[in-house]
Write a protein that binds this ligand. Structure first.
Ligand SMILES: Cc1ncc(C[n+]2csc(CCOP(=O)(O)OP(=O)(O)O)c2C)c(N)n1
Ligand SMILES: [Mg+2]
Length: 332
């Protein structure tokens, strides 16, 4: 028996199995999207593959009724842990009218849902960071005090938006969790050519709040660091920067060919340490995941992905006139 690392953190057996299920679901939806893209059925994919542990471990640390999220395009695992479904993801990928993010108007990966407290995002990277900070300030002014999650890539931590948002949140001790998913590349640019400091987490000291660098491939470690940060924010002690070190297992997007900038050996090495396989081993070693339960979960995920694909493929497109909506204020 391996050491049980989740119970001392207050995570139940049911919760860690749910984490595993969500990691599998996000991965399988993503894999299906690549097939659909290569078959010419959907125009674009931007993947969460390799980053599921970071995203889902972090999501479990929030109060999903009260808190808010300003995620970035790779966060399919995160938004699914916040309530979105496989069907929602596929409706967005097929750009159908029922897509809850934008009615098929935004690119895939531009998540947004009033129902799940997810703020809609823009394509210029890092714009979600000052939005998250503003949201936290507004929440304080309203006396509701939600904790706000915002995520971004390590490349995006070089944008002015990150520094401006972090500075403002530090000065005003706002309850923001800055969550950097360091997957070692910004499209073709490797980490060493992006930043000269040791780690992205080191940047927090300049803004007067803690920064931690953690293993982003272990959902329990991610949960622990994020929960500490959320508790700190709820106490009124201000923001935290978390750098979850991980790896993007597939090309940047369906329009990228990563053979141009990284070796197959490097990718194979990362795949051999796939966070999903690692978490499965943990769950087996603590006696929670028999082969039978694992098969059941995999079957359930496969059914959900099939159902979501069929539903979204058959769903109607928006009416052309819909394009003109949500641009100017409309009379009731
Ligand atoms: C302001 C801005 N500059 C450039 C781009 C084009 N672009 C999209 S994703 C990306 C790389 C971002 O890398 P990183 O922040 O590490 O996130 P990752 O995709 O690796 O998760 C770039 C340069 C953009 N969308 N917005
Ligand atoms: Mg990156």
């Amino acid at each position: 028996m391996a050491e049980n690392r989740h119970q001392p953190l207050g995570l139940t057996d049911e919760q860690v199995l749910d984490m595993y299920y969500l990691m599998l679901l996000a991965r399988k939806v993503d894999e299906r999207m690549w097939l659909l893209n290569r078959a010419g059925k959907i125009p674009f994919v931007i993947s969460c593959q390799g980053q599921e542990a970071a995203q889902i471990g972090a999501a479990f640390a929030f109060d999903r009724e009260k808190d808010y999220a300003c995620p970035y395009y790779r966060d399919m695992g995160f938004v699914m842990a916040f309530g979105m479904t496989a069907r929602d993801m596929m409706l967005s990928a097929f750009a159908k009218a029922e897509d809850p993010n934008s009615g098929g108007r935004q690119m895939p990966g531009h998540f947004g849902s009033r129902r799940y407290n997810i703020l809609t995002g823009s394509s210029p990277v890092t714009t979600q960071v000052p939005h998250a900070v503003g949201l936290a300030l507004a929440g304080r002014m309203e006396g509701k005090n939600p904790v706000v999650f915002t995520s971004f890539g390590e490349g995006s931590s070089n944008q002015g938006d990150f520094h401006e948002g972090a500075n403002f949140a530090g000065v005003h001790k706002l309850p923001v969790i800055f969550f950097c998913e360091n997957n070692k590349y910004a499209i073709s640019v490797p980490l060493a050519k992006q930043i000269a400091c040791q780690s992205v987490a080191d940047r927090a000291i300049g803004y007067g709040f803690p920064g931690v660098s953690i293993d982003g491939n272990d959902p329990i470690e991610v949960y622990k660091a994020t929960k500490e940060a959320v508790d700190r924010a709820r106490r009124g002690d201000g923001p935290t920067l978390i750098e979850a070190v991980t790896y993007r297992l597939v090309p940047h997007s369906s329009d990228d060919d990563d053979r141009a900038y990284r070796s197959r050996e490097e990718v194979a090495e990362a795949k051999s340490k796939d966070p999903i396989l690692r978490f499965r081993t943990y769950l087996q070693e603590v006696g929670l995941l028999s082969e039978e339960v694992d098969n059941e979960l995999n079957d359930r995920v496969a059914r959900e992905v099939d159902e979501a694909t069929e539903y979204a493929e058959d769903a109607p497109y928006p009416e052309p006139e819909e394009t003109l909506r949500h641009v100017y204020a409309e009379a009731e």
